[in-house]
Design a protein. Sequence first.
Length: 125
Amino acid sequence: MFGNTIAMANKSLDYLWRKMEVVQNNLANVDTPGFKKKTISFEEVFDNRLRAASMTKNDKQMKQAISGADYFVYTPYDSSARVDENNVNADVEETEMARTSLHYQHLLQTITANVKRYQSAIKGQ
């Protein structure tokens, strides 16, 4: 009934939640000498997996692509301009937190609206 929508939304929500945790950790360490910010990658890997699976026109491969896609946290090479060798920019991280939070909220609202539409259709309203 939902196709792959719920599985894709679930993966996206997991990623966004983890991204907020990573950004919160960066912000918590903004004054820690020598701390290097972490970043998270998901969108490109997820997009590539979905594109490859969609070319096969096989629903099973699409489900496997969705379930197999995962994010990874890493420390990108970034030389620090600060004397304490910390490379966290609080303004950038706070902006990223706000953007990610809004994205998360929007996705939840979209899922909720879709489920309500299905409920209305089932009830015949």
